[in-house]
Design a protein around this ligand. Structure first.
Ligand code: MEV
Length: 312
């Protein structure tokens, strides 16, 4: 059934997407949406099934056009030393595809766990995250490492990549009270590779200008750690609103995201911004618990899928 299997966590980035690719801090937290995977040995072939996404692939046969999904799963089998084994990989996503909620990293983590379990391969949590990072490189080009970290560990963190050392700087975050979050789905699929690529081109053309935007976002993320520590939702909301302004400066927002942000703010959100790569994808709003339902229903009335969660 769909409750069985090994898990990779979906995530939201509260503050710091994009600038995190350039060595700045970002805050991320898991969401109840996850991806589960099951791997069973079979007679011949390696088959990958993701019924909900309409994916059915035979990985043991070369494909006319190798997809990043095909390449990622093949890499996992190779690294775990089981590429010559026949298996059926089944994936049950509860995270929408390409929606800024970390589905690709969650999928990689779930498949790594399930494949390792099936063939009794020992692998540490750190190694799972590192292997998922290599899969993310196939899908996204230059990932910061925040998605695979969250997908593996599934708890709120302050993240900073450290290019001088091989491993990122990861600190656990605690809040004295749950932080209510409304997530709005723009319904527009987004390729993180594209928005990250767009920002990279802009940065290459004018490094000073963009470095200064990244540093401003960094300050917001660090202030966000304090706001979370105090449980100060109003302050957190303000930081998110300013961050959305800077993400706009990076031109990674979209018409639907702006619509969702306005709906959230008009209906009592303390702050709202895009989350993840942008260019479509998802929006998050922070609000007092007694406002979340009316924010969510206003989004639904405007035709968007939405759900309520909390950071704890
Ligand atoms: C994607 O969830 C977050 C980005 O900052 C890319 C990355 O960190 O790899 C846009």
């Amino acid at each position: 059934g769909e409750s069985a299997g090994d898990i990779g966590y979906g995530k939201i980035i509260l503050l710091g997407e994009h600038s995190v690719v350039y060595g700045r801090h970002a805050i991320a937290a898991p969401i109840p949406l996850d991806i589960r995977a099951e791997v069973k040995p079979q007679r011949d072939h390696i088959d990958l099934m993701i019924p909900r996404w309409g994916v059915e692939m035979r990985l043991s046969e070369p494909e006319p056009a190798i997809s990043s999904l095909h390449a990622s799963i093949s890499l996992i089998a190779e690294r775990l030393g089981v590429a010559d084994r026949a298996m059926r990989i089944e994936v049950f996503p509860r995270v929408p595809r390409a929606n800024g909620l970390g589905a690709s990293a969650a999928l990689a983590v779930a498949v790594i766990r399930a494949m390792a379990r099936c063939f009794a391969v020992e692998i540490s949590e750190r190694e799972i995250s590192n292997l998922a990072f290599d899969c993310e490189k196939i899908a996204h080009g230059t990932p910061s490492g925040i998605d695979n970290t969250l997908a593996t560990f599934g708890r709120p963190i302050l993240f900073r990549k450290d290019s001088a050392r091989a491993r990122p700087d990861i600190r656990d975050l605690a809040t004295p009270r749950p932080v209510p979050i409304v997530i709005g789905l723009s319904g527009v699929a987004t390729l993180t590779m594209q928005t990250v690529g767009h920002v990279r081109t802009a940065w290459q053309n004018n490094p000073q200008r963009y470095e200064s935007i990244f540093s401003q976002i960094d300050e917001l993320a660090l202030a966000g750690v304090e706001a979370l520590r105090k449980g100060d939702l109003a302050e957190l909301g303000e930081l998110m609103n300013i961050d959305q302004g800077l993400l706009n400066a990076l031109q990674v927002s979209s018409r639907e995201i702006e619509d969702l942000v306005q709906i959230a703010r008009r209906n009592g959100a303390l702050g709202a911004k895009l989350t993840g790569g942008g260019g479509g994808g998802a929006m998050i709003a922070v609000a007092e618990a007694d406002r979340t339902e009316s924010i969510a229903s206003a989004m639904r009335a405007a035709g968007y899928n939405t759900f309520i969660t909390e950071i704890r």
